[in-house]
Design a protein around this ligand. Sequence first.
Ligand code: COA
Length: 448
Amino acid sequence: MTAVGIDAIEIRTGKLRLDLPNTFAPKKGEDPEKYTKGLGLEASSFPDVYEDIVTMGANAAKRLMDRKGIAPEDVGRIDVATESAFDHAKPVSTYIAGCLEQVYDGDFRHANKGERKFACVAGTQAIDDAYNWIRAGRNRGRSALVIATDTALYERGDPGEATQGAGAVAMLVDEDPSIVELSTDQGYGSMDETDFLKPNQQFPSVDGKRSVQVYLSRMREALEDYEAVAGPVGVEDVSYAPFHTPFPGMVRKAGLFAYRHITRDSPVEDEIAAAIGRRQPREDEYDSREAYEEAIREYMDELKGAEQYREWYAETIEPTLELSRVVGNWYTGSVHLARASALRHAAARGLDSEFVGRRLLVGSYGSGAQAEIHAETVRDGWREEIEALDIDDQLESRYDLAFEEYEQVHDVHDFDKSVEVEELTAPEAEFVFTGWGRMNERTYEYVE
Ligand code: COA
């Protein structure tokens, strides 16, 4: 069977940067270490006044198409995953296709376009849809463009304000892919939850502490479900585990739970027991659920310090957080940034053909709530594709916001406010937002 998976990736960050420990924390009267050590964040990306989910998505897609030499007719499907859409009917993919058609000779007239919604897991769902479409033989030799794009803004003063971010990840899903191959094995953990939602409102209603618990519970169920179809996951089977990263501290928690799960009943559990003096608690050894849960908490506290765990975390999880740490939460794009971070780390370590065939265990999560876990197998074009990313240049050239500028930028992107703010950067060779048309549609143009 021909391999199907991710053939190319492009990342587009918002062009503004908010320094969290040095600019944001002092104004909030908070200890900068809450950001650097607690949440694991250095900075957030924000869109300049002429950027939004469409421009970021279209700019990422254009670079991808130019680099891969793809014409609009080569694309049979454009799916946009977002939780920042501004229209209940017309999908963001039509706006992005419209932008791209301004600069290419051909058009996307015969491509199937849509929009995927399930909070932050929607990007992964859109990749799934593309995979299924190709596997079903409906693609007519064409590839699918999947774009995860979000402006993750919270109400001013909401605890989530600390974890904001904005950017897009464009991915090409195709046969014989260069970066990773997908498989039919997947696991889900899905329940009707009220942890984060936007009932006809731009900024989310969030129960932050609950969302952390729901993330961990659904992720555990997804891992169990995945193992039920793919077999047990062992420590050695996985090179990197990119997880949805609303903030790196969340993944630090998830990593510890995942490690406890995958080492249970394995020789690693015995090795750790030799070091910390205890095996993992089993429920039938305790008289009550409370006593069992207390024993788990104690075990996890000790596991955190175990050398085996620390090494695994440093090699398998920590490298997936490098981009997220400096850009914040990109909602639907976040897990795809984590994958890119992992691959960049592998390239920086000098890995090349020996990395081909290795596995990534990808954990996606969307509030509301659903987790999905699957494995991806690295393909032999991975390194060339990852080295083509220009994200370092983009990050370096971001404009550093003063706190007062951040307040204005937040207002500019607030749909309920009408404020005029000068752009802070100069657009160059990119799509920009230009205003509203006669039916209140948003309008865009390409500036040279
Ligand atoms: N030094 C080191 N660590 C510190 C610290 C300091 N000075 N001050 C706080 N911390 C730690 C806290 O202990 C906590 O870590 P822990 O959870 O491991 O204990 C972390 O930093 C965050 O601090 P906390 O006081 O819990 O932050 P908060 O009340 O502002 O809320 C969220 C944090 C995540 C709930 C909030 O940012 C939020 O609602 N985010 C949006 C929703 C979200 O992203 N959910 C995730 C699942 S999708």
